[in-house]
Ligand binder design. Structure first.
Ligand code: AMP
Length: 419
């Protein structure tokens, strides 16, 4: 196969019938938001590059290594969104949503793009449901968001995951903690790469998975032990509200996320049935993001859930994602008159909200019955010119094989009643 016959590396096509499970999973992740006053927002798939370099942070892998950046014909530097929060924040500022009722509760869903090394669960083009509550710093709001993400997973039946939770402090306590950590890391035996990583963002080293590094980090100072009184009180309140909402979590004092903007509450949903790419969603509070993008100094909190990984997680738990849709009634016709009748009947059924289909391309009875079978329809109508002359059509119930002749005048109503 040549390259033009293949989707680009790290991408894939969604095809029926599996694509129905994708839509259902996406909708299930969104459903809790619709009960909590979140409004849908849609931003462009690309933004000025600076939205992400300033928003997500120059030192992150996402910005330094993974962005799809290009110049358009007008010489602007644009980037395909590697995540949604920075673009949604840009829209919040542009449209002065901060002047309206706060928090601005927003959700969106769509494609994100990262130039990553593809592997199971990690793609260059993937789908996120992304949720933000902007303009208010209230621990109850943090708990609401975490609980909504959790409810999305629960709605699909997922149970084999942990909600990892921590607080990353804020501008009043993180700098001092950072100094402590830098001092601690300076005394360790680390390779050059890791040292460089530590110089850019020392917190990242805590997340290093290699046992030889982890062994040296056993006594590393942790942010949660160095929170200011205010951020500690904030974190305590978040946990209190989460308990009240019936959401359980595990403390994850070494949790570090891949985007620089997080402060205070930070969380990740980690699935136990997935391999290396086990994070199915995550987020946190980002007090500095609005100001970093030239907006007012307002805080926000948000999360993103990966739809593709959520589907993999559901598969790992052996869950069936219930899909809606499919064909209720399939009409098989024999003869010219019967074909006109079938096309008309299908139109009537569809107008009445019954999912109906028929056979196209003159395939003969055998091919038509095969198509009917494949459609999964519970009822199949077989109608020939001779039936029409007699004023009836045959209605077959596929589950039992039972077949009855139904007068044409009653056909549409009886089919509608049967679904
Ligand atoms: P992040 O924006 O990095 O916090 O990621 C949020 C969620 O998006 C993750 O928990 C994953 O479920 C999903 N995700 C992130 N990167 C990818 C990727 N390259 N491929 C598939 N899903 C991803």
């Amino acid at each position: 196969m040549s390259d033009i016959q293949r989707a680009p590396k790290g991408t894939f096509d969604r095809l029926p019938p599996d694509s129905a499970a994708y839509l259902a999973a996406r909708d299930a992740l969104v459903a809790p938001l619709l009960t909590a006053s979140y409004g849908y927002v849609e931003t462009p798939v690309f933004e000025e590059t600076a939205v992400f370099s300033r928003g997500v942070g120059e030192s992150t892998d996402v910005v330094s290594k993974e962005m799809y950046t290009f110049s358009d014909r007008g010489g602007r530097s644009l980037t395909l969104r590697p995540e949604f929060t920075a673009g949604v924040m840009r829209a919040f500022i542009e449209h002065r949503l901060y002047a309206g009722a706060l928090p601005a509760k927003l959700w969106t869903v769509g494609s994100a793009f990262r130039y990553e090394r593809p592997q199971a669960g990690r793609y260059r083009h993937f789908t996120q449901v992304s949720v933000e509550a902007l303009g208010v710093d209230d621990p109850a709001l943090d708990a609401e968001l975490v609980a909504l993400a959790d409810a999305g997973f629960r709605g699909l039946g997922l149970t084999d995951y942990d909600l990892q939770l921590t607080s990353l402090g804020d501008a009043t306590c993180r700098p001092q903690y950072r100094d402590l950590l830098v001092e601690f890391l300076a005394g360790l035996d680390l390779d050059e790469d890791t040292r460089q990583r530590a110089a850019i963002n020392p917190l990242r080293v805590l997340d290093d998975k290699r046992p030889e590094v982890q062994a040296q980090l056993a006594d590393a100072p942790l942010m949660v032990d160095h929170l200011s009184d205010a951020t500690k009180a904030h974190y305590d309140a978040v946990r209190q509200h989460l308990s009240d909402l019936g959401v359980s979590w595990v403390e994850a004092p070494r949790l570090v996320r891949g985007l620089d903007y997080y402060t205070k509450t930070t969380f990740e949903f980690v699935h136990r049935g997935l391999g290396a790419q086990a994070s199915i969603g995550g987020g946190g509070r980002y007090d500095g993001l609005s100001a970093a993008l030239g907006g007012p100094d307002l805080s926000g909190i948000g999360y993103a859930v990966g739809v593709d990984r959520t589907i993999l997680a559901a598969q790992a738990e052996g869950l069936d994602i219930p899909v809606t849709g499919g064909t209720d009634v399939f009409v098989v016709h024999l003869g010219e008159e019967a074909k006109r009748f079938a096309v008309r009947l299908v139109g009537q059924l569809r107008a009445a909200g019954v999912a109906a289909d028929t056979v196209y391309g003159g395939r003969g009875l055998k091919g038509a019955m095969k198509a009917a079978d494949r459609s999964g329809a519970a009822r199949v109508v077989v109608v020939g010119d001779r039936d029409l002359a007699e004023g009836v059509a045959q209605v077959k119930t596929m589950a039992t094989g039972e077949q009855v002749a139904v007068p044409l005048g009653e056909l549409a109503d009886s089919l509608r009643a049967s679904v």
